[in-house]
Each structure stands twice: as structure tokens, then as C-alpha cells.
Design a protein around this ligand. Structure first.
Ligand code: 5RP
Length: 230
């Protein structure tokens, strides 16, 4: 019987995760991503720990922290690490320059700090995540709640239409007790310039455009993987 699209996606996530953990060495500090793709990598990291490798994880979200702990992965707090050897995380979109949109799961702020502390940031993805140009997926922007009206006006000046992310009828609240505005800029012609502009807006704690932070994207394609490096 043919595989359902979700089964194929999960298979692609899994093969990409298996390929990515090959870059982990004994005694590494490993950043643990958030989301349904990173989930498969966390399972693989737990297997390495069971085999006896001395790996310590740095979680990008509370959800990932509880999952990793339940699987026996010892954790470090990001405030206690100077650098991270390898991080394996997912993305909502990536392009050929390995720029990303992240934050569909709402963990973008911690994910970006961890990516910035990481020597080798590996993004794993199913084949639906590759785009010619970023922007079909709205850019998540984490903001301090009191700054909402100001930030939405500033986003509009950049031709971005911002909508507060909702969950179960209330604003989605991040692990850092902030809210998320998903900003639609249309297809983005210059991700680096837009990222810089967003960095300048007061009240924005972080945004989901990840520019020049990724060393490698491993994409599952059916049962195979395709690796993109710069
Ligand atoms: C969470 C993220 C995720 O990596 C991104 O949303 C992709 O998620 P998934 O692997 O479930 O498609 O950035 O903040």
C-alpha cells in the first residue's frame, strides 16, 4: 500500500534526524531543537546516551526539556554554557542560502540564542520545507505584550501585516511569558535586510528569520537524505 503524506513526512524527518546525529561526538554539548522534526533527533540522541556516549543537551523549550529528561538525557541550562558543539533543530522554511524561517512552535527566541552559541547548527527538514524564496510561512515575532500596538504599527511600515497568534481562543504565550505576532511580508526579497530592520524595533524580543546561523540543512527525500551546506 502507498504511504500517506504524513507517513512520508515522518519518514523524511526520521531519516534526516538519523543522518544529523552522525555529527555528534562523545563529550559533546548538544542543542536540542523544538518541534515535530526535532523530536526525531531527540529520540536519536537518547539512543546515543543509552549506548554510553557522554552527551549533555541544551533544550530550546520547556517541552523539549521535559521530553529529553524523560528519555534520560542530562541537560544544561543555556545560561551555564559558553558554547554548544552541535545543535539539531527543525525549520518552517529554508532556502538555498540556508536562511530560515523558524518559530512555528513558538520557541524562536531560545532557538536563536542556542543557534548563536552553536559551532555547528544542523537543520533537519522534510522535503516540504525547501523554498525558492522565504515568506509563504509568516515570520513569527516574539514581543513583550505591552508593546503590541507599537510593534504592529512598525511592522506595517515594513509592509508586514501582523496578527497575534492564538491558541484555544487566547493569545499563545511563549515559554518566556510573551506573545507572538505572525507577520506576513509576502515573499521576502532580502532576508538579511528584513532581519536587521526587525532587530531595530523596540519591544521585539526575537524573530523567526534566521540569517547566516545554519551550517547545514539535512533534508529527507523519501528514504534518502539531501545535505545542503554553504
Ligand atoms: C519551533 C520551530 C520548529 O523547528 C519549526 O516550527 C518546525 O516545526 P516542525 O518540525 O514541527 O515542522 O522553529 O519554534
Amino acid at each position: 500500500m502507498d504511504k500517506e503524506p504524513t507517513q512520508i513526512k515522518d519518514l523524511e524527518k526520521q531519516v534526516a534526524a538519523r543522518e544529523a546525529v552522525k555529527f555528534i561526538r562523545d563529550n559533546d554539548i548538544v542543542g536540542l531543537g523544538t518541534g515535530s522534526t526535532a523530536y526525531f533527533a531527540i529520540l536519536e540522541v537518547a539512543e546515543l546516551v543509552k549506548k554510553g556516549l557522554n552527551i549533555k543537551g541544551v533544550p530550546t523549550s520547556e517541552h523539549t526539556a521535559s521530553l529529553a529528561t524523560s528519555l534520560g538525557i542530562e541537560l544544561l541550562d543555556m545560561k551555564d554554557v559558553q558554547s554548544i558543539d552541535v545543535t539539531i533543530d527543525g525549520a518552517d522554511e529554508f532556502d538555498e542560502q540556508l536562511n530560515l524561517i523558524k518559530g512555528g512552535g513558538g520557541a524562536l527566541f531560545r532557538e536563536k540564542i542556542i543557534a548563536s552559541l552553536t559551532k555547528k547548527e544542523i537543520i533537519i527538514a522534510d522535503s516540504g520545507k525547501k523554498v525558492a524564496r522565504l515568506g509563504a510561512f509568516k515570520v513569527p515575532v516574539e514581543i513583550v505584550p505591552m508593546a503590541l500596538n507599537y510593534v504592529v504599527k512598525e511592522l506595517a511600515k515594513l509592509n508586514g501585516k501582523g496578527l497575534v497568534r492564538m491558541k484555544d481562543g487566547s493569545p499563545f504565550i511563549t515559554d518566556n511569558h510573551n506573545i507572538i505576532v505572525d507577520a506576513d511580508f509576502g515573499l521576502i526579497s532580502d532576508a538579511a535586510a528584513l532581519s536587521e530592520s526587525l532587530n531595530q524595533i523596540e519591544g521585539i524580543l526575537g524573530h523567526g528569520l534566521f540569517v547566516n546561523l545554519t551550517a547545514m540543512v539535512i533534508m529527507g527525500k523519501g528514504e534518502e537524505t539531501i545535505t545542503y551546506t554553504k
